[in-house]
Design a protein around this ligand. Structure first.
Ligand code: AMP
Ligand code: MG
Length: 364
């Protein structure tokens, strides 16, 4: 149920059904950090003063429901901006879904040990960001988690826990250093047999960023892109205020809180989003690459960042790390530029932790 209303623009939903196992944003950031990949980033055009037309519609993309809102000087421009956003979302799905066998990620996943593939600027940029988060998170974020995710999915279908031997075999094929990316030539190389890439923890956020950039290029003054509850906003709403975004309560119907955002992204990850059930026990779709087991601690982690890819990837990271581990990482000098809210505990005793800057995003 999308949480739209007069007041609220969008809600972070218990999101994505199956789908794209996959996810721009800080294109600016990227432009600064990557030498190859994608330099074709357009800049935004300032909104003309005066009345803006608002166009909003929903569509199924990337295995989930998306909703795109554009504000522009005239209706045709707003509509073109919404279409441009959907075209970019579709591009990311086509290139990066590991459910699509002939996507670039699908093709990478069929490479033999030592095999390489030259990928699009989009896939290159997304993978570069993913590998950088993998490194910065000490491997909590791992683009090679696909064999583990598949093993636990199969366990859910078969209603049995994986055996130690199965886990050991699969864990040998997991490790982000097994994927090499040369951004200059956009070449991805798989170092060991059976290594498989899954951009599911970042591609949705990455797609949001590409969609927002496309909307700006198409002339939108402001806009909001929501894919399965992960959201990117740019510019103000028609009345000049910030976009109002509801965060679902992880333990009951309704909202936990509302956020006010502009030129920012928000993503929520966690156990309540997607899970498998084995013997009545819920197992998250997020795996801890350090143990091979689905994560247990945080039922819900919400991350606000300048870019969708950043918010998305770090929401996954902070679902893997314990709250204490996450807080320790954020206290380091080169901590990622994100604000985080963790909800742990259970229905009867929810516990909310947040970074010191998260509060300024909460609606009064
Ligand atoms: P999200 O909902 O953004 O947290 O992403 C969850 C998806 O990311 C899963 O469905 C997997 O496809 C993938 N994934 C699971 N565990 C990890 C991990 N430790 N690091 C990176 N991606 C992961
Ligand atoms: Mg994520």
């Amino acid at each position: 149920m999308p949480l739209t209303g007069d007041q609220r623009d969008f809600g972070t939903r218990a999101a994505a059904r199956r789908g794209l196992s996959l996810g721009l944003a800080a294109l600016l950031l990227l432009a600064a950090t990557l030498s190859g990949c994608d330099r074709s980033v357009s800049t935004s055009q300032p909104a003309p003063a005066g009345e803006l037309h608002r166009v909003k519609y929903s569509r199924e993309v990337m295995g989930t429901l998306a909703a795109v809102t554009a504000l522009a000087a005239d209706e045709a421009t707003a509509r073109a901006a919404v279409e441009a956003a959907y075209a970019r979302l579709a591009d990311v799905n086509r290139l990066m879904s590991d459910y699509v066998a002939d996507s670039e990620i699908g093709r990478i996943n069929q490479l033999p040990a030592g095999g390489s593939l030259v990928v699009s600027p989009e896939t290159c940029t997304c993978l570069a960001q993913a590998l950088s988060v993998a490194e910065r998170s000490g491997g909590a974020f791992d683009v090679t988690c696909r064999p583990l995710v598949s093993l636990w999915k199969q366990a859910g279908r078969q209603q049995r826990l994986p055996t130690d031997a199965e886990l050991a075999e699969v864990r040998r094929r997991v490790g982000w250093q097994q994927v090499r990316l040369d951004p200059e030539t956009r070449t991805v190389t798989i170092a060991a047999a059976g290594v498989q890439v899954d951009l599911g923890g970042i591609a949705k956020g990455f797609a949001l960023d590409l969609a927002a950039a496309a909307m700006r290029s198409a002339g939108a003054a402001s806009g909001l892109v929501d894919v399965g509850g992960d959201i990117v906003t740019f510019g103000p709403r028609a009345d000049g205020t910030q976009w109002r975004i509801g965060v679902r309560h992880p333990f009951r119907d309704g909202l936990l809180t509302e956020l006010l955002l502009t030129d920012a992204a928000v993503a929520t990850s966690g156990l309540q989003q997607r899970f498998h059930e084995i013997d009545g026990q819920r197992y998250s779709h997020i795996v801890d690459p350090r143990t091979g087991w689905p994560v247990r601690e945080a039922p819900s982690v919400t991350v606000v960042a300048a870019a969708g890819a950043t918010a998305d990837a770090w929401a996954t990271v902070f679902s893997v790390l314990t709250v204490a581990e996450g807080q320790a990482l954020l206290a380091e000098p080169d901590a990622p530029p994100v604000e985080v809210m963790w909800i742990t505990g259970d229905r009867s005793a929810p516990v909310i932790d947040q970074t010191s800057g998260f509060g300024r995003h909460i609606a009064p």
